[in-house]
Design a protein around this ligand. Structure first.
Ligand code: SF4
Length: 503
């Protein structure tokens, strides 16, 4: 018996979590949380952007947005029959597939589908050439429907993106030089997985992923379920794929922790599909640490020489990806490791304009230039990536070499990649700055601190000019900078401990 249609948004969700598709379809709606404010904002901005693009469109098109359901579909088919060159907000279905592409455009021998997206059409920067998986599976579904209705001229689609660019999605192409599977084959695998979930032929399980789960409306029930099952994804850097591979031998963190991992190793290889000995031993040590409960204490896997400079700067930026706007550069300065000397310095681009963004970037670079002997600490590669991007956008502010020397390890330390990941172990479920600083006792003044929340506050600040909201953004950023300092001090105190399962 057919349960329901497979839609583009189902495939979109499937690219981040298969369990979400199951819960959205079969889960108890009373357990479902409110939509996350940031996700809501994303949705609103997406709809607004789509309207702006359509309003400004200079070519003729048929607008089917006022219609719904069967009427929308019959009007779409009618328009195709008449050969309308461009159809906005149509609807098509065939077999168990249902799609509502933003655009259907007539080509020589049929129609191709496109979507309007309020983000970049490619991964990372424009012209990266890397297509987005979540967009590819959606466009493929529309194309599949067109193909089954014998309306498709070929397997490709397009995105009109935030930069005003049309990005072609050619589904016959391999995903990358390292992934020979084509986009169409990828789509087929997602289509099959969606079908199996909806028909309940495939059982899904929650899997913890810090970035994805915290924004999901099933977060609370999933977290309870994960904790009840002592699920292996509650170990840092252990996601669904590794969990499923380890589940062939161990169901829980405790089972894994109490096993002898060397019974599964053969030189550099192991009996766990896709997992080498180094990774298995590292995860096993992590399982032991987490399952030790209150006895589990963080430690260094190897000796670290962290500099003790007289002046330290802890640095964090806030970026609105929806506007492609860096709105805040925050710094905590400290002298002689004395917290009483701490000072917060911030450069706020308080309007989403290139002028304010450039001015804040210039002030920030001047400030750092004025502190040549300070050691700079930041958390993740994001700051460096963004500064390279800002330099390319505003070359009058500084040179590319200035940015490279700013982020040279002699001058700056990425506490996440170069220290936490490389040399430390923590009895926590992830290594985000929030998780680790909270573990060390640091408390954010805001009750709901997160980067996503800050973006939503910035949006509200721009709309309202409310000074309280601006202060909330500044306080949050200051606390993030201070949390980086707390983490550095915490790491300096950690004992060195070689893992008991070291190869
Ligand atoms: S909370 Fe996480 S595991 Fe649960 S459905 Fe959402 S993304 Fe999936």
């Amino acid at each position: 018996m057919q349960t329901s249609f497979i839609t583009a948004s189902m495939l979109y969700n499937l690219t981040s979590c298969e369990h979400r598709l199951y819960l959205d379809t079969f889960g108890d709606p009373t357990q479902r949380g409110e939509p996350n404010a940031f996700m809501q904002l994303l949705w609103e901005k997406g709809s607004l952007f789509e309207k702006e693009v359509i309003t400004a469109l200079e070519q003729p098109f048929l607008d089917l947005s006022p219609y719904y359901g069967d009427e929308k579909e019959s009007r779409t088919l009618e328009a195709i029959e008449q050969g309308v060159p461009l159809i906005y907000s149509g609807r098509l279905s065939v077999n168990n597939l249902l799609g509502e592409p933003d655009l259907l455009r007539k080509e020589d021998t049929g129609y191709i589908a496109g979507d309007i997206k309020s983000g970049s059409g490619e991964e990372g920067d424009t012209d990266s050439g890397k297509l987005k998986k979540s967009y590819a599976v959606q466009l493929s579904l529309y194309t599949d429907i067109l193909e089954r209705l014998t309306l498709s001229p070929g397997r490709w689609g397009f995105i009109w993106d935030i930069h005003g660019k049309e990005v072609r999605y050619d589904f016959a192409q391999p995903q990358s030089s390292r992934t020979p599977q084509t986009w169409w084959e990828l789509y087929q695998s997602y289509h099959q997985r969606a079908h199996d979930i909806l028909e309940q032929h495939h059982r899904t399980k929650s899997a913890y992923s810090s970035g994805t789960c915290k924004l999901c409306h099933w977060y609370q029930p999933c977290l309870l379920d994960l904790q009840r099952r002592y699920d292996l994804t509650l170990l840092p850097e252990l996601g669904r794929t590794k969990r499923d591979a380890l589940n062939t031998h161990f169901s829980t963190i405790q089972e894994f922790a109490s096993a002898d991992p060397f019974t599964l190793t053969h030189g550099k290889k192991t009996d766990i599909p896709g997992m080498g000995t180094g990774t298995l031993l590292k995860l096993h040590a992590r399982a032991q640490l987490v399952s030790a409960g209150d006895q589990g204490r963080p430690y260094l896997r190897e000796a670290l020489s962290l500099p003790k400079q007289a002046s330290e700067i802890f640095f964090d930026i806030e970026v609105d990806p929806l506007r492609d706007h860096t709105y805040l550069h925050g710094f905590i300065e400290r002298r002689d490791q004395d917290n009483a000397t701490e000072q917060f310095v911030a450069f706020f681009a308080d309007q989403p304009t290139p002028e304010t963004e450039q001015a804040a970037f210039a002030q920030s670079m001047a400030y750092l230039h004025d502190h040549p002997s300070s050691k700079i600490y930041y958390y993740s590669k994001y700051e460096r990536t963004l500064y390279r991007k800002l330099q390319a956008k505003y070359p009058d502010v500084c040179t590319a070499e200035d940015i490279e020397s700013l982020f040279d390890p002699e001058r700056s330390i990425d506490l996440y990649f170069d220290v936490v990941l490389k040399a430390t172990e923590w009895p926590t479920r992830d290594y985000s700055i929030k998780t680790l600083a909270k573990y060390l006792g640091f408390i954010w003044r805001d009750t709901h601190p997160s980067g996503a929340a800050s973006i939503e506050w910035f949006h509200r600040w721009v709309e309202s000019g409310d000074q309280e909201i601006k202060q909330r953004i500044l306080d949050y950023n200051e606390d993030d900078c201070r949390a980086t300092r707390v983490l550095l001090d915490g790491i300096r105190q950690l004992p060195i401990r070689a893992s008991s399962t070291e190869a």
